[in-house]
Design a protein around this ligand. Structure first.
Ligand SMILES: [Fe+2]
Length: 292
């Protein structure tokens, strides 16, 4: 631990075996350089951080995230997206709440499958931070899996096989299998024809220098150059390997929790919560780099 990190008032406590840590203490509204450095060190070490016991309004939350890196600006798929929070136009709202007949956010109350945020864009986001404004008494847990471990625990033969391959992350369909704005003209359901960027299946984390399996959403994924059946079989195997419970940390949300994760070495999914009540998360992302 560096001297600057030792000066931080934040306390970091690992959670679970593989990944995840809880951060408490200090005040994120007035975070010092030492506090920001401590968070950078903690996320490099644990990939997912739960910041608990802080109370930040939308503007304070935005200022805090900007300390971690430039905000991810709107990629093409959301170019005509709605502004949910006028004080922070890049903030997203993940919610099942409907007011005056209109959803106030996106993704409803269903299960969201394993994915990596914005992997279906050329330059995906680095960190995502979600702040829990309203949470139901149960349900809606978010699972995170460790993609370093997902790679390292592959057999030698599988490591050699995936090292040479790339993955197309389809860009046209949203998690509910409708089309993102701007992609309504895409009619095909053939994954070989769907549009989307091609990223390496194994990427190197630009800060840690470690290799990680890089998957996005299973739906619509395709390995260019392979016959469709071979691509489907290999991808099914990789997704189920990555999502094994021993690779996971499960976040049970409390109101006010802020969870920060590194999209370069984790995937996440969400449990459904139908009939469990209101859930509202405010989210921001920081800008990443092209996967290599
Ligand atoms: Fe996500």
């Amino acid at each position: 631990m560096t001297a600057i990190v030792q000066a931080s008032r934040l306390r970091v406590r690992p959670l679970g075996n593989a990944l995840g840590a809880e951060v408490t203490g200090g005040d994120l509204k007035t975070a010092s350089e030492a506090d920001i450095e401590a968070l950078r060190e903690a996320i490099l070490d644990r990939y997912v951080l739960r910041l608990r016991g802080y109370r930040l309004d939308d503007i304070e939350f935005t200022r805090f995230v900007e300390r971690l890196g430039p905000l991810h600006t709107s990629p093409d798929y959301v170019k005509d997206r709605k502004v949910y929070v006028k004080e922070s136009p890049l903030m997203s709202v993940v919610s099942n709440i409907v007011e005056n007949g209109e959803p106030i956010g996106h993704h409803g109350d269903g299960e969201l499958g394993w994915h990596t945020d914005l992997s279906f864009t050329d330059i995906p986001s680095e960190f995502t931070l979600l702040c829990a404004r309203e949470v139901p008494p149960k349900g809606g847990n978010t699972w995170f899996c460790d993609m370093y471990d997902a790679y390292e625990s592959l057999s030698l033969e599988m490591k050699q096989r995936v090292a040479r391959l790339t993955l197309k992350h389809q860009a046209s369909h949203n998690p509910q299998y409708g089309r993102w704005p701007g992609w309504s003209h895409i009619e095909t359901d053939d994954v070989r024809e769907m549009p989307g960027p091609i990223h390496p299946l194994v990427r190197t984390h630009p800060v840690s220098g470690r290799k990680t399996l890089y998957l996005g959403r299973r739906f619509g994924a395709y390995i260019p150059g392979l016959k469709l059946e071979k691509s489907e079989a290999l991808l099914d195997e990789l997704w189920s390997h990555a999502g094994r419970p021993e690779h996971c940390f499960i976040q049970e949300w409390q109101q006010g929790d802020i969870v920060m994760w590194d999209n370069r070495c984790t995937m996440h999914r969400r449990d459904a919560f139908p009939g469990q009540g209101r859930r509202r998360m405010h989210g921001l992302m920081t800008r990443g780099t092209r996967p290599e």
